[in-house]
Design a protein around this ligand. Structure first.
Ligand code: G
Ligand code: G
Ligand code: NA
Ligand code: MN
Length: 254
């Protein structure tokens, strides 16, 4: 399989890249963070949908190589990101839930931060699920190890699949990213608003910052801000782009 061969070698040589998507504060519209997202262009077939290659990589155990490549690139880009925004911002990277309990994960993350001189307090690890966390007690230990150094933990796609309320019971979480199925206030507005309000309330009680995902329209941004979400992410604020194209997404003041 081409993907396997690509990952076995240096990812940079095989069409891997990292794109960044801004995460914006509803309070003042400023960019507070970016999410680093893996992109892969097959030398023959062209760009491959990340949902496809991440799912394949998860099944074959190669997703760790992708996560590590994205983490290293994101740390290397920290200086360029700070220059783009005129101040240091947070960087979110995805880590597959299946990997959270694995040996060496925390050490690998600390090593990448140290190699590039990035403070742990700038990094957010998004726990991305397609499968249940296999060894929850061990995953909780790793999450606590990361947090003791100042790294924050986000639950990705919160409210869908396995990233459910029950996770908040055991996992120490700093940020919840509300899945776009939860933030879709255009469909059944009253029910969606009630759900959103309740989740925001629970997160508030647990000191968890709420990011609303999948925001494509100003109306949706306004509704979610009014419902108490802290931050927003979506095509309205910018698609994932290479680091040098982020500056063009910064909203110009009226
Ligand atoms: O970027 P896009 O939304 O198209 O990505 C599709 C899916 O792939 C999302 O669920 C996203 O979390 C996941 N994904 C993107 N980049 C990475 C990565 O570096 N590591 C992991 N584990 N998942 C990623
Ligand atoms: O699951 P995760 O949050 O990691 O996935 C991020 C992916 O979601 C990005 O790769 C991007 O392609 C996709 N995405 C980001 N914003 C939007 C949006 O506003 N609408 C849609 N449909 N997809 C989005
Ligand atoms: Na995800
Ligand atoms: Mn994510």
């Amino acid at each position: 399989h081409l993907l396997m061969r690509a990952l076995a070698e240096t990812p940079t040589d095989y069409g891997f890249a990292v794109h960044y998507q801004p995460i914006v504060s509803f309070a003042d519209g400023g960019v507070v963070a970016v999410e680093a997202l893996a992109r892969w262009t097959d030398p023959v077939a062209g760009p491959v949908d990340p949902d496809v290659f991440v799912t394949v990589a998860e099944r074959t155990g190669l997703v760790a190589a992708i996560d590590d490549f994205v983490l290293d690139r994101a740390c290397a880009d920290a200086t360029a990101l700070a220059e783009t925004y005129g101040r240091p911002i947070d960087v979110h990277v995805n880590v597959s839930a299946a990997r959270l309990g694995q040996q060496g994960l925390a050490e690998g993350i600390f090593d990448a931060l140290a190699r590039h001189g990035v403070p742990a307090s700038r990094l957010v690890v998004e726990i991305t699920e397609t499968r249940r966390i296999p060894d929850l007690p061990r995953a909780v230990e790793v999450a606590e190890t990361l947090r003791r150094q100042g790294i924050r933990i986000a639950l990705d796609d919160f409210g869908s699949g396995f990233n459910a309320l029950a996770q908040l019971h055991s996992l120490p979480v700093d940020i919840a990213k509300l899945d776009s199925s939860l933030t879709d206030v255009d469909v059944a507005p009253e029910r969606a608003a009630a759900l959103c309000r309740s989740v925001v309330r629970i997160c508030g009680d647990l000191d968890i910052v709420v990011v609303a995902e999948g925001i494509e329209t100003p109306a949706r941004a306004q509704a979610l801000a009014a419902l108490g979400c802290d931050l927003g992410q979506g095509y309205l604020f910018g698609q994932p782009v290479p680091v040098h194209r982020l500056a063009a997404l910064i909203p110009t003041q009226p």
